[in-house]
Design a protein. Structure first.
Length: 176
């Protein structure tokens, strides 16, 4: 069932019109920066394909002197690497080349295909972010579009809940 939902939400994102998408991404960046821009350190995904774009957010954070870390796949895990030179890595996604850091950022921004009303995300199925987030004291923020909100799936016991979901309609906060 989850695999079918993954495909469904990939298609929904793919056909989200470019003009509407551009406007939505501008709102997402504005909402995110207004709500979380005061924090000092961020672990944020490097957007790829039809994911909600993170380039504007990353640029604004770096311009503000924030510590920004990007994910890099190492085996079955992802590690946080300070923002810097990048190259194509796992799955064709740009990854930072530097040394991995032990820093636990104040805010971790994760990609998703869908998110349910309890704050659990449907990811791509590799479990990378759930393993990374396990037992970490960080704000867990998902970025996406309102069309990705759904209650069509139930989370698994290993899924890590989000603190909030930021979309073009605003910020949805989830109780712990």
């Amino acid at each position: 069932m989850k695999q079918e939902l993954r495909e469904k939400f990939k298609i929904k994102r793919k056909f989200f019109g470019p003009v509407v998408r551009e406007e939505a991404e501008r709102h997402i960046a504005e909402y995110f920066l207004a709500a979380y821009g005061q924090y000092g350190s961020f672990f944020i995904y490097n957007s790829f394909g039809t994911e909600a774009d993170t380039k504007e957010i990353i640029s604004a954070l770096i311009s503000s002197g924030k510590d920004v870390f990007l994910p890099r796949v190492e085996g079955k895990d992802i590690v946080a690497v300070p923002y810097g030179p990048q190259k194509k890595g796992a799955y064709g996604i740009s990854e930072p080349q530097g040394q991995a850091s032990d820093v636990i950022p104040e805010v971790t921004v994760v990609p998703l295909l869908a998110v349910n009303g309890r704050g659990f995300r449907l990811g791509y199925g590799g479990g990378y972010y759930d393993r990374y987030l396990k037992n970490k004291n960080t704000l867990k923020v998902g970025l996406g579009f309102a069309l990705q909100l759904t209650d069509e799936f139930v989370e698994d016991v290993w899924d890590e809940p989000l603190s909030a979901f930021v979309c073009e309609r605003g910020i949805f906060h989830f109780e712990k």
